[in-house]
Design a protein around this ligand. Structure first.
Ligand code: HEC
Length: 220
């Protein structure tokens, strides 16, 4: 164990010396942000566009105005425009959501600090890869910092909507019953009517149609 730790530390040191400061962390964070922006804002029109690539070099320049019309905060961030462009390109070529390099919690419970990374800051639109779900019945439980109406979606990796509805939270809670017929990877998306921070998200497999205290308690 000691040896392993020592090895680990020295590898880390080498990495730290070789890499420009924080290269991994920064790139990763910005890319998550770009993927969230794309999948909440651009997705309204571009979701599931699977029609070849936009490989020509002028394509990004030509679409800058268009991108800024739909997402003005990218105006002084060329890297963000480029990433949004690349994400659309990826969707067109691979016909898939851009993969996010973030671990999915084993118990499928997300807390506010993690959730913040998956939201647009001002409007609090959320896009979260929730990982793989096997066939069965589930509860999706949301806790919001304040009551609001929210459009909640659960989307398969083939872009089928498993949940797509507007819900009114009560005491900051929205509970949604759903059934997975085909196992696969799923994605959660939420558009709150008023910006409301998500403080907890949990997905739990359950045969009971009434949510039990135990299940609700397990979320705390
Ligand atoms: C209201 C609908 C709508 C929204 C929202 C939207 N777009 Fe578009 N976008 C279009 C249409 C329509 C076209 C031209 C036809 C097409 O889809 O190819 C287009 C074209 C593009 C193109 C040029 C390449 C191409 O596919 O022809 C890029 C790049 C692009 N959009 C990126 C974005 C990004 C990034 C966002 C989010 C910031 C976004 N769009 C938001 C409707 C939209």
């Amino acid at each position: 164990m000691k040896n392993y730790l020592a090895n680990c530390t020295s590898t880390l040191l080498v990495l730290l010396i070789l890499l420009p400061v924080g290269a991994f962390a920064v790139e990763d964070r910005s890319f998550t942000e770009s993927v969230v922006i794309f999948n909440t804002i651009c997705a309204k029109c571009h979701e599931a566009q699977c029609s070849g690539r936009l490989s020509f070099d002028e394509a990004l320049e030509q679409s800058t105005n268009h991108i800024l019309r739909h997402y003005q905060p990218a105006s002084d961030k060329q890297w963000l425009q480029k990433e949004l462009f690349d994400i659309l390109n990826y969707m067109k070529v691979k016909c898939a959501f851009y993969p996010l390099n973030k671990p999915v919690p084993i118990l499928k419970t997300w807390e506010s600090d993690v959730l913040d990374e998956f939201s647009t800051l001002r409007e609090r639109k959320y896009f979260i890869p929730v990982g793989s779900l096997s066939a069965g019945k589930y509860w999706l439980i949301l806790e919001l910092e304040k009551d609001t109406k929210a459009t909640v979606q659960l989307i398969s990796e083939e872009f089928d909507m498993l949940i797509e509805d507007c819900f009114d939270s009560s005491n900051g809670r929205i509970d949604v019953r759903f059934t997975v017929e085909e196992s696969g990877n799923y994605y959660f998306r939420m558009y709150p009517r008023e910006a409301a921070r998500l403080i907890r998200l949990a997905i739990t497999k359950s045969e009971t149609d009434e949510i039990t205290d135990e299940e609700a308690g397990a979320l705390r």
